[in-house]
Design a protein around this ligand. Structure first.
Ligand SMILES: O=C(O)CCC(=O)C(=O)O
Ligand SMILES: [Fe+2]
Length: 295
């Protein structure tokens, strides 16, 4: 884990022009500049999150296999050149493989808790061939001001089954245990070295018909640089996320309609990320010398 944090710092320390050459692609792989993402439009006034990130998915099995729009979250990763960051790719790929095994073990516990066979989520359309995304994150030391709508990461729930989250020693992450409470009560989650915070995602809420509620969370910047590593675990593109048989009855019918994982995720990414075209003019004219556009 220390190694992944160290490599993450090396990446984010590169000049912006180098990072912009690694800008995320249509398949949601690669670099996301500050303000690229806006997670809580109701409370974030005009601007997005004060964080930069880097998405790494599972490497496609058959390079060049263009599954296009049918597989919006399947495709090649973007890797920094080996001479720029030697050993970087290898470390990230190792973490990816190991984190996926942790996620599968937790999914087995969730399955048992929901009255299912313990390998329920191991099926190929679920975590057998999942969309699993490692995201390195860096908060640059901007002080958050909730009253002014300025956040490291705005309040949100993650989209998938679960998220494994490792943070450095700096406070910043907050959760709200009761999403429906008004006003919301926010509590800090203390950093714990070597541990993952496990956030439950919206697909788990849908699958379980709200037996498990997804975790509402946000990040406040306190002026210090902060690094975190998120590992988002989602099923395959074509998995139909629908109420589990053990979570519904005549008195408790499904609260959500079934939805394909790719449809749901595409919708959520579109709602929360700047359109890629916004970067085109600034990159063409003057590669990487401009910041991400203000929303
Ligand atoms: O940086 C963190 O602690 C949280 C990041 C997060 O919630 C996310 O990327 O979805
Ligand atoms: Fe999150």
């Amino acid at each position: 884990m220390d190694e992944v944090f160290a490599q993450s710092k090396r990446l984010f320390s590169l000049p912006l022009c180098d990072k912009m050459k690694l800008l995320r692609n249509e398949k949601h792989r690669g670099y996301t500049p500050i303000l690229d993402e806006l997670l809580d439009p109701e409370n974030q006034i005009r601007v997005g999150d004060y964080k930069e990130g880097y998405y790494i998915g599972i490497e496609e099995k058959n390079p060049g296999d263009d599954s296009g729009g049918e597989m919006p979250f399947y495709g090649p990763n973007i890797w920094p050149a080996e001479d720029l960051l030697p050993g970087w790719r290898k470390i990230m790929e190792k973490f990816h493989r190991e984190a996926l095994e942790v996620a599968r073990a937790i999914a087995r516990l969730i399955a048992l808790a929901l009255g299912l066979e313990n390998d329920f989520f191991d099926k190929s359309e679920m975590l057998g061939e999942p969309i699993a995304v490692l995201r390195l994150l860096h908060y640059e030391g901007q002080i958050s001001e909730p009253a002014k709508g300025i956040f490291g990461a705005g309040a949100h729930t993650d989209y998938g089954l679960i998220t494994l989250l490792a943070t450095d020693e700096n406070f910043g992450l907050q959760i709200c245990k009761d999403k429906d409470a008004k006003p919301r009560i926010w509590e800090y989650v203390a950093p714990l070295k070597g541990a993952f915070v496990v956030n439950l995602g919206d697909m788990l809420e849908r699958w379980s018909n709200c037996v498990f509620r997804s975790t509402l969370h946000r990040v406040l910047g306190n002026g210090q640089d902060r690094y975190s590593i998120a590992y988002f675990v989602e099923p395959s593109n074509d998995c139909l996320v629908e109420c589990l048989p053990t979570c519904k009855s005549d008195e408790n019918p499904p609260k959500f309609p079934p939805i394909l994982c790719k449809t749901y995720l595409s919708q959520r990414y579109k709602e929360t990320h700047v359109d890629l075209d916004t970067y085109k003019s600034s990159i063409d004219e003057n590669l990487g010398t401009q910041h991400a556009p203000m929303l």
